[in-house]
Design a protein around this ligand. Sequence first.
Ligand code: BJW
Length: 281
Amino acid sequence: MIDDVRIDCAMCAMLNRSINRFIEIDGAMDISMHTSSIIDARIQLIAERIREATRLTIMTGAGVSAASGVPTFRGQDGLWRQYRAEDLATPDAFARNPRLVWEWYDWRRQLIAGCRPNAAHDVIARWSKRHGTAVITQNVDDLHLAAGTQGLIRLHGSIWELACWGRCPQGATPWRDDRVPLDQPRCPLCGQLARPAVVWFGESLRREDVEAATSATACDVFLTVGTSAIVYPAAGLVHEARRHGAFTAEINLEATPASSAVDVAIQGSAEEILPAIHRLL
Ligand code: BJW
């Protein structure tokens, strides 16, 4: 945080000087006052860039749904703190123990069924209606769809869709099944075991989704929101956008590997920062 105070713009240099005076009186209070003015300046800058942009792309991760009550993967109370990805989110894990994997997905489906979109989803849904906007998500909860987001690119599939584990020709196309609870469902076409139509580690993403996401990196502004930015190929998109000359920004509660690569990083919650940007548009 202290490093954050040493930002290299004229306004902040002036603020830094006044801060240093205040720090002698009450450091903690004034650092947080200054940090909030930096955040305000960054919010303003992002809003300006969005206003000027013809093509806006937003990529989201689990942090966007955290305020709705959906657990993240790698955060403090993240799923991977309790469970091993290798035991639950790989094709090998499903082949070894489909009952265990289905129990985990069924538990998550029941939890997500009780969740509603939050202010971050609502703002993104509004922006998605503006011509030239693309929304890419790694989330499988479909809360962006519930909020009304248009043209959503779902890189990791949907927890509400199933596919045939036996890869029967018709069952390869995912179908929707909203039932909760769900006990080891079967493919309605061939009767073999069904699987959640999500993308597990080591599996390829759908080619159409990767192509759509890649072409959305040719944009003026690219926002990466609520993702730890470590799972590929999603994590590579912000770098691709930068190579295309986009203005890039990150909104996340904490620093990620993307933070040092983007033009502006805001450490804050998606459900507060996105509405604050929206109010300035
Ligand atoms: C807030 C907040 C608030 C909290 N406001 N912020 C290149 C290099 C190295 C490895 C690879 C590579 N290319 C491929 C790989 C292998 C692998 C990979 O990336 N591994 C890495 C871990 C290193 N990738 C794959 O296997 C992918 N397939 C693929 O590339 O196929 C070709 C290939 C295969 C093998 C080798 C090479 C090529 C598939 C990846 C599938 C990921 N699947 C999962 C599960 C989906 C189903 C399910 O939900 O069960 O997807 S794993 C999990 O991680 C899930 C997520 O979508 C994904 C990303 O997580 P996300 O969204 O970033 O969440 P968190 O929890 O990590 O972060 C939340 C963030 O929010 C935190 O930063 C918080 O601070 C923040 N936050 N509250 C704002 N209120």
